[in-house]
Design a protein around this ligand. Structure first.
Ligand SMILES: Nc1nc2c(c(=O)[nH]1)N[C@H]1C(S)=C(S)[C@@H](COP(=O)(O)O)O[C@H]1N2
Ligand SMILES: [Mo]
Length: 164
């Protein structure tokens, strides 16, 4: 063992992987545990049928989710706009622990009804979701086929400003 470089403390894998980070073009980068998500104002979704976009296969009916709006988390982190009007070119890349990633734009979240139904959920059908159940789950309730923007074990929201 190299005494000058002691081994890292044991990683609390379960804790670490259930945390969500807000990174990129934000004023205050956030690292949020499931409990931290529960401290924000909560919203509840309507139940819906999850379908795969690729196969059109019905997957299962999802009972109402409870969680926090993605716009609420972005408001807390604060969007960083270096140039006038940067927000109009802003995109949010939501990715799961496995790298599965889906985008949103500033416009659809803040300038269309879609944003009112994009939830980071920690509860389903009145029961808490554990990491093993896929928590936190991001889903976009206004999508016509919700499975693609239904990210299990959401790990990161990265805020980017597209180059002109
Ligand atoms: N993290 C993560 N979430 C994901 C996916 C994935 O590969 N990774 N696949 C998506 C797709 S394409 C579908 S169809 C559904 C499948 O949901 P299920 O695995 O719960 O049946 O999850 C969605 N969410
Ligand atoms: Mo899918």
């Amino acid at each position: 063992m190299d005494l000058a470089h002691p081994t890292a403390p044991p990683a609390h894998a379960a804790d670490a992987s259930a945390t969500l980070r807000l990174t990129g073009s934000v004023l205050r980068p956030l690292t949020l545990s499931l409990d931290a998500l529960r401290a924000y104002p909560a919203v509840t979704s309507a139940p819906f049928d999850l379908r795969c976009y690729t196969t059109q296969r019905f997957i299962r009916t999802i009972e109402p989710y409870r969680g926090v709006l993605l716009t609420e988390l972005l408001g807390d982190a604060g969007l960083r706009c270096e140039a006038h009007g940067d927000f109009k070119r802003m995109v949010f890349v939501a990715s799961g622990h496995d790298g599965y990633a889906v985008p949103f734009t500033w416009h659809e979240l803040f300038n269309t009804p879609v944003g009112k139904q994009v939830i980071v959920a920690y509860e389903c059908g009145g029961a808490p979701l554990a990491e093993e159940d896929g928590a936190p789950v991001l889903f976009s309730g206004a999508d016509l086929v919700p499975a693609p923007r239904h990210v299990k074990r959401l790990a990161r929201i990265d805020v980017r400003v597209l180059a002109p």
